[in-house]
Design a protein around this ligand. Structure first.
Ligand SMILES: Cc1ncc(COP(=O)(O)O)c(C=O)c1O
Length: 358
């Protein structure tokens, strides 16, 4: 099977073997060593000196943790949303009573730093700004560095910057400390080449300061508990040990390859997939200035339905792609993060070419 949805992503054989290992005591020395090494390696890819915590939940749980540990009901929050997952971040903040203002871009576009600056000046000060690094629903990567710059310049104190890095981290650079990002969330089932079930999250000192006065209700996702247990490389509740074996092995492979090589490999495979689609005469859904290197969204020609094309890819070619809810256009999405090579993208393009008669 050629699994080309944008997560869960395929597991390398070494990760599959790691995931199948016997359970261990999550309060014992083996677990401590496992968590210590995994968090140290995560810090390399997060480009942070702060601790990275591992929560047993999918990425959405990490987004919820970002919100409830830094904010209080009534806090003004600017949700910069460019698609489905930006909207989800806003909805979580609303569910916990934040006073959320949305700044939405049309699907396929990235957030414009000038418009964010304008909004912050006109309606600020905000307690926090919510950003998506890579909008999986449209295949668009935001310029988080440029966005962070205008957010830092907006007020004193500047808003906290909470980032959903779920479908970008480990594949597309995100310099947490250098760009002054306060909370960054990722998910094990994406570029990390691990099974679903873990969310990784880092907190800056500013985020911890906000935690001290944050009043949103929380229990399972209380980061104070995560920090307390984290000091002895444990987690407050029973963790997803199997997924952690997988994450540890995926990161071991990524560390052996080297961070810069991993990022460059994703740049290559992103370009390769886009070129393959363009060679078929397809157009791409995303703004060319902000193409994602982890997922490509391609427009289908007149007369083709995405659901039919995806069915045919699956039943005739054993290729599993993703659908999209783009209004007015038929779009398919091809994931290329983590364990993927040129040949698998070639297979997708060849099969698509046959289906579309190209
Ligand atoms: C950008 C982004 N944010 C959030 C999520 C939600 O993550 P999960 O499904 O792991 O809860 C996803 C999942 O695809 C995503 O791609």
């Amino acid at each position: 099977m050629n699994l080309r949805i944008p997560g869960p992503t395929p597991l390398p054989p070494q990760v599959i073997a790691a995931v199948g290992q016997q359970m261990i005591n999550h309060r014992g020395p083996e677990f401590e060593a496992l968590l210590r090494e995994t968090s140290e390696w995560l810090r390399v890819f997060y480009e942070t000196d702060n601790d990275v915590y591992i929560l047993t939940s999918s990425g959405t749980g990490g987004m919820e943790a970002a919100i409830v540990n830094t904010l209080s009901p009534g806090d003004k929050v600017l949700a910069v949303t460019i698609g489905v997952f930006g909207n989800r971040f806003a909805e979580i903040a609303e569910a916990y009573g934040a006073n959320v203002t949305r700044l939405s871009s049309p699907l396929g576009q990235a957030a414009d730093p000038a418009m964010v600056a304008e909004k912050l000046a006109a309606e600020g000060p905000f307690k926090a700004v919510l950003l998506t690094q890579n909008e999986t629903s449209s295949g668009v990567t935001n310029d988080v560095e440029a966005l962070a710059k205008v957010i830092h310049a907006a007020s004193d104190p500047s808003p906290l910057i909470l980032v959903d890095g779920i479908s970008g981290m480990g594949a597309i650079r995100l310099a947490t400390d250098a760009w002054g990002l306060d909370v960054v969330v990722s998910g094990s089932q994406k570029a990390w080449m691990a099974p679903p079930g873990l969310s990784m999250i880092c907190f800056s000192q500013r985020a911890w300061n906000a935690y001290a006065s944050a009043k949103m209700p929380r229990f399972y996702f209380d980061m104070g508990d995560a920090r307390k247990y984290g000091e002895k490389y444990q987690t407050p509740a029973t963790p997803n040990v199997a997924a952690l074996y997988g994450l540890h092995e995926g990161l071991r492979m990524m560390m052996a390859e080297g961070r810069e090589n991993v990022l460059a490999r994703h740049q290559h495979i992103g370009e390769y997939c886009r070129q393959g689609m363009l060679n078929l005469g397809l157009t791409l859904f995303a703004d060319p200035a902000h193409y994602s290197n982890t997922v490509t969204a391609a427009n289908l020609p007149e007369g083709f339905k995405a659901s039919k094309v995806l069915d045919e890819l699956r039943t005739k070619y054993d290729i599993i792609g993703g659908a999209s809810k783009a209004p007015g256009v038929e779009v398919i999405r091809i994931g290329h993060m983590g364990w993927v090579n040129d040949q698998e993208i070639d297979e997708v393009c060849a099969a698509l070419g046959k289906i579309l008669g190209r």
